[in-house]
Structure formats: structure tokens, C-alpha cells
Design a protein around this ligand. Structure first.
Ligand code: SAM
Ligand code: DTB
Ligand code: SF4
Length: 323
């Protein structure tokens, strides 16, 4: 049996870039069929998990990630704000639960948290968890000991994206390294927390870079439980504004490859849905995406509206996944 024939088996397999590139090169229908088969071995094909995002600390970030509206190095029109207070976070989490979200993800525009900032975030985690929601935070790089504090507060997932291939990373960010990102993921794993890690496509990377990102994620031991695949949202005033648009079918292929390489993970159709047609999103679900961000806003940019998403789920016969 060749390696492709093993795709989707629930064993920890080490993937090579050549194998993922071979998947990318399959005829579209063959790739989607294979992804759908893998998907059905482990998941209800008509259930999609629903997460809601909240930016708890917006703008003024020291890092220079080329895609990001919140970097102080760029000129996007994003106001620099202080950390939100606990009551407003809890109110928004309760509203998200009311709308059907099962996971609440809080994001901060930091290189990483300092101790003074981390303490109020720990209170937010405890309070959101007490509402019966799964908790996720994305706070940047963690220092020794911080992952422990997050876990003790009851955090379920830490989001930290590898974002792209190691070989392409320096084209996008120079204020921290790919290795820094990997080290934070190791710290999260070491304390036994679940990982949410994925990337962005459409930043001018090649197919080989997309394949390399998937390999890097799939070969984490174990792979991330949650894998967000973001389509670049081009924000005015960021260096990546004006990047040539990626063929949307290549985005679908990326989702399919992620599904095949990480058969047990939730693959999240993340940023970029507002710009996608229902038909393109339907293809992404067929390719194995089974999670979305739900709610009118991502962190600083718009998201598909809640009523639109409800209608889309109805059109496709999709149910929100229970927690
Ligand atoms: N500062 C933390 C960090 O960088 O890990 C957390 C917040 S950061 C905004 C979280 C993730 O959002 C990034 O890793 C990236 O994948 C995604 N993201 C940010 N801006 C985006 C954009 N314009 N389009 C698509 N994804 C984006
Ligand atoms: C992820 O992979 N995507 C989310 C979440 N994790 C934190 C963020 C998307 C941000 C899109 C651009 C914005 O709204 O600023
Ligand atoms: Fe800062 Fe995160 Fe944006 Fe990079 S992606 S500039 S670290 S908020």
C-alpha cells in the first residue's frame, strides 16, 4: 500500500511535503472525494462547530506581521484600545452562547502577555468557562510558566498559528521567528492544553509553501485539535494589501489537504468568509471544513452575518455541532 492509500487512517503518521504536494496535484474531484471519505470516517459530515471571536485588546501591536491590521508598524485604521473589562467580555460571551456558539475565543494584539496583563485574562477565562462555553485565547508568544497559569484557569485551547511555511515566514514577519512560534506551541502541549493552530493562505505563497505548512502542522505530535485555515483578508494600510487574489479553488484544495493530513482535527473555515459565496463555502465544507467563526465580527474585520450563516446552514442541511 502506498502512503496516499493510508491517508485518513487514525494513526499518527509523519507526512512529507512531497505527499501533500501529490494530494494538491490530484484532479479536483479526486481530491475532494478522498477528503470527504476521510472526513466521514471520523465526523458527522453535516455538523459544523461554531466558535465566536472577540478582540479583548485591539491594536498597537509591536510585531510587524504583514497581513495584520493591528500592527503598530502599519497604517490600518484600527484604533489602539486598552484591555476590555471583565463585564463586557462576559456579556459578549453570553450573547455568543445565546446565538449558538460553543467556543469563545479571545484575542489580544500582543507579542505576548506580560504578567500584569495575563492576570485579568485569567479572570476572563474563568468567567467564560463558568457560562458553559469552551474557552480559547490567542495572546501571542508564551513565556515559561504562563501556559501553566492558563491551564489552571481552565483554558481549553490556545490559538497560535504557524501561519505559513517556515521558508516563507520571514517574507511576512521579521519581529519574531517561526521557531518562536513552534516553541510556544511546545509550551502549550507540555502542560496538556489543546492546540488551535493553522495558517493563512493567499499571502503570495506558493503551493509548495501551503503544502509545507500543512506538513508542519500535521507532524506536530499530536497534531493540533483545531486547525484554522484563514483566507487573507486584505486590509488597507497593511503591506499585503494588493496581493494578487488566490484562485478560490486552490483555497478549497488547501482545506481538503488539511482534512486528509489531520483526520481527527476540526478544520476551521476561518477568516475570509464574508468575501466568499455560499457555493464556495459549500465546497469548503465538502472538502472537510467542519468549524467556522460565527458572529458579525472577527477581530477587527467583518464576518459573514449571523442571519446569513443561519440561512446557509439551512440551505446545506448543516447542524451546529454540540459542544
Ligand atoms: N497576536 C497574537 C498572534 O499573533 O498570535 C494573536 C492575534 S493574531 C491577530 C491571530 C491570527 O489571526 C494570526 O496568526 C493570523 O493567522 C490571523 N489573522 C490576522 N490578520 C489576518 C488577516 N488580515 N487575514 C487573515 N488572517 C488574519
Ligand atoms: C484565526 O486563525 N483566525 C482568527 C483567530 N484565529 C484569532 C483571526 C482572524 C483575523 C482576521 C482579521 C481581523 O479581523 O483582524
Ligand atoms: Fe501582533 Fe498578532 Fe497582529 Fe502579529 S498577528 S501584528 S503578533 S496582533
Amino acid at each position: 500500500m502506498n502512503d496516499l492509500a493510508n491517508a485518513g487512517k487514525p494513526v499518527l503518521k509523519r507526512w512529507t511535503t512531497e505527499e501533500i504536494e501529490a494530494l494538491f496535484a490530484l484532479p479536483f474531484n479526486d481530491l475532494l472525494f478522498r477528503a470527504q471519505q476521510v472526513h466521514r470516517e471520523r465526523f458527522d459530515p453535516n455538523a459544523v462547530q461554531v466558535s465566536t471571536l472577540l478582540s479583548i485588546k485591539t491594536g498597537g501591536c509591536s510585531e510587524n506581521c504583514g497581513y495584520c491590521s493591528q500592527s503598530a508598524h502599519h497604517h490600518a485604521e484600527v484604533p489602539k484600545e486598552k484591555l476590555l473589562d471583565l463585564d463586557s467580555v462576559v456579556a459578549q460571551a453570553a450573547a455568543a452562547k445565546e446565538q449558538g456558539a460553543t467556543r469563545f475565543c479571545m484575542g489580544a494584539a500582543w507579542r505576548g502577555p506580560n504578567q500584569k496583563d495575563l492576570l485579568p485574562v485569567l479572570d476572563m477565562i474563568r468567567a467564560v468557562k463558568a457560562l458553559g462555553l469552551e474557552t480559547c485565547v490567542t495572546l501571542g508568544m508564551l513565556k515559561e510558566g504562563q501556559a501553566d497559569q492558563l491551564r489552571e484557569a481552565g483554558l481549553d485551547y490556545y490559538n497560535h498559528n504557524l501561519d505559513t511555511a517556515e521558508e516563507f515566514y520571514e517574507e511576512i514577519v521579521t519581529t519574531h521567528s517561526y521557531q518562536d512560534r513552534v516553541e510556544t506551541l511546545e509550551r502549550v502541549r507540555k502542560v496538556g492544553m489543546k492546540i488551535c493552530s493553522g495558517g493563512i493562505v493567499g499571502m503570495g505563497e506558493t503551493r509548495a509553501h501551503r503544502a509545507a505548512l500543512i506538513v508542519q502542522l500535521a507532524n506536530l505530535e499530536p497534531p493540533p485539535e483545531s486547525v484554522p485555515i484563514n483566507m487573507l483578508v486584505q486590509v488597507e494600510g497593511t503591506p499585503l494589501e494588493g496581493t494578487p487574489e488566490l484562485d478560490p479553488l486552490e483555497f478549497v484544495r488547501t482545506i481538503a489537504c488539511a482534512r486528509i493530513a489531520m483526520p481527527g482535527s476540526l478544520v476551521r473555515l476561518s477568516a475570509g468568509r464574508q468575501e466568499m459565496s455560499d457555493e464556495l463555502q459549500a465546497l469548503c465544507f465538502l472538502a472537510g471544513a467542519n468549524s467556522i467563526f460565527y458572529g458579525e465580527k472577527l477581530l477587527t474585520t467583518g464576518n459573514a452575518s449571523t442571519s446569513h450563516d443561519q440561512a446557509l446552514f439551512q440551505r446545506l442541511g448543516i447542524q451546529a455541532m454540540a459542544a
